[in-house]
Design a protein around this ligand. Structure first.
Ligand SMILES: Cc1cc2nc3c(=O)[nH]c(=O)nc-3n(C[C@H](O)[C@H](O)[C@H](O)COP(=O)(O)OP(=O)(O)OC[C@H]3O[C@@H](n4cnc5c(N)ncnc54)[C@H](O)[C@@H]3O)c2cc1C
Length: 448
């Protein structure tokens, strides 16, 4: 029977294994050096914050794998010999495969900062990182200040985690405004305010120069490029992630930043595939980036590749971009493309509305000439994915979006709704006379 070996038990590897099992009787082995069982990486923060135990981040019972004949191996793959289809593990053992899938995820970036390997300096990616944070920053007696370096989604999560234990946090962000390479300026400015209001010492336009050691090789301070020395016990390195593929350097598999794959998720070597954070498309699909380190794309790649491996070749087709995250307690959703001023094209126009007092806002992107709707970002208002997916697929224009915006709102009726206010501002900004239609469940159900 054909032996499928998957390196990595994250969302992409595990989704693939589950779907291969649904479709076939193939032998399946998953190897991981991180944990015995699959867990939800996105929930790690809630373990530190005391909202759940680590076991609760595991979506499947421990018996699930045996019952479904998915063999789990705890070990680190050091070498791949593609000519003889063999993997060598750190403990000296080896595993043969007929088909190999690389699903090894990401690792936190380190940019060669002096002191980056000192004790007390860490990233936030793995189960081991969570355990280390528990040791490094159990409370504000052991850790009387943490400095976080790198202003993205993981950085703000780490700040929230540490603040939940009342640990003072300084947040060094290279950009002039938080995440302004991704977010338009109005949104980025709102998040700056929100971070500061949560008593996080946000230092914008500031880089880490070096981390200073005490006599025991432990971080005791950082020095910034503004010449400031900040005393701390913990330094969180959250300046993005990169594909975790160092072990493949000499394997003969084509590598760029990640493992290069085509639309069928095949590498340059027959019977070897890559999925999830570590996979890099030769060219981005549509406006999408060649590497997308997000949860749902890993899951989609796993589902797609299972079809190919089980005899129904299928191209990876992720559809319209969407994503969601949280900035402290503000929920953020994005559908389609809303580019920041730093990267948007001239013909991308934005309509921005922000609530007068609360941290709620939306930005809608549209084509200046055709008025075609390009995408929407929402903060503090939850929207319906299927509706925006449909509007993007049908190339609706922005007037249509404004007219039917109430249909897209996911918040229950008893929530305060803002569409009338939003559309009034749109009418004023663009000299229009749109009257928003009442929410229609008939219309919503015809799409959802
Ligand atoms: C703190 C945090 C919060 C996040 N929040 C969100 C979010 O809200 N929304 C979102 O969309 N995304 C989020 N992400 C990103 C998301 O978690 C990742 O995109 C996703 O987990 C990647 O899945 P994967 O299966 O590709 O890889 P991974 O989950 O990284 O799994 C790969 C596994 O392979 C193992 N491995 C690597 N090399 C080897 C080897 N040589 N031998 C054996 N095992 C190996 C690794 O140890 C790891 O266990 C977050 C990430 C982090 C770190």
């Amino acid at each position: 029977m054909e032996q499928i070996v998957i390196i990595g038990n994250g969302i992409s590897g595990v989704t693939l294994a589950r779907h291969i099992r649904k479709l076939s009787d193939k032998k399946i082995t998953i190897i991981s050096a991180e944990s015995d069982y699959f867990f939800s990486r996105t929930a790690l923060m809630y373990v530190y914050m005391g909202h759940m135990k680590f076991e609760h981040t595991q979506p499947y019972e421990n018996w699930f794998w045996k019952k479904n004949r998915i063999e789990l191996v705890n070990g680190f793959v050091e070498k791949v010999e593609t000519d003889i289809k063999k993997l060598s593990l750190k403990d000296g053992s080896s595993i043969s495969y007929d088909k190999l899938v690389i699903a090894t995820g990401s690792k936190p970036n380190k940019f060669g900062w002096p002191g980056q390997d000192l004790k007390g300096v860490q990233g936030l990616y793995s189960k081991q990182d969570l355990e280390l944070l528990e040791k490094n920053a159990p409370n504000n007696k052991v850790c009387n200040r943490a400095v976080i370096v790198g202003g993205g989604l993981i950085g703000i999560e780490m700040a929230e985690m540490l603040r939940s234990r009342e640990i003072p946090v300084t947040f060094l962000v290279r950009e002039k405004s938080f995440w302004n390479g991704v977010l338009p300026s109005g949104e980025s400015a709102m998040i700056n305010e929100h971070i500061k209001e949560h008593h996080i010492d946000l230092q914008l336009d500031t880089n880490l120069e070096k981390i200073i050691s005490d006599e025991n090789g432990r971080a005791k301070a950082v020095v910034t490029d503004k010449g400031e020395t900040i005393e701390c016990n913990v330094v969180g390195l959250t300046a993005g992630v990169a594909p975790n593929i160092d072990f493949l350097k000499d394997a003969g598999i084509e590598l760029g930043r990640g493992v290069k794959v085509n639309r069928f998720l095949e590498t340059n070597i027959k019977d070897i595939f890559a999925i999830g954070d570590c996979a890099e498309q030769h060219t981005g699909i549509g406006s999408r980036r060649p590497i997308e380190a997000v949860w749902y794309t890993g899951r989609m790649m796993g589902e797609t590749l299972a079809q190919t491996i089980c005899g129904t070749p299928r191209e990876y087709n992720p559809g319209h971009w969407f994503n969601s995250a949280k900035f402290l307690d503000i929920e953020y959703q994005t559908y389609g493309w809303v580019f920041s001023e730093r990267i948007k094209k001239d013909n991308e126009h934005h309509f921005h509305w922000r609530h007068a007092t609360e941290k709620i806002c939306i930005t809608v992107a549209f084509n200046k000439d055709s008025h075609q709707f390009l995408g929407i970002n929402t903060f503090g208002i939850r929207m319906r994915h299927e509706i925006f997916d449909q509007w993007l697929a049908e190339n609706k224009d922005i007037d249509h979006i404004m007219t039917y915006l109430k249909d897209a709102n996911f918040d229950p009726e008893f929530y305060k709704l803002y569409e009338d206010e939003i559309v009034a501002k749109y009418n004023a900004d663009f000299n229009k006379n749109i009257s928003p239609k009442k929410k229609s469940w008939k219309r919503i159900f015809s799409i959802a």
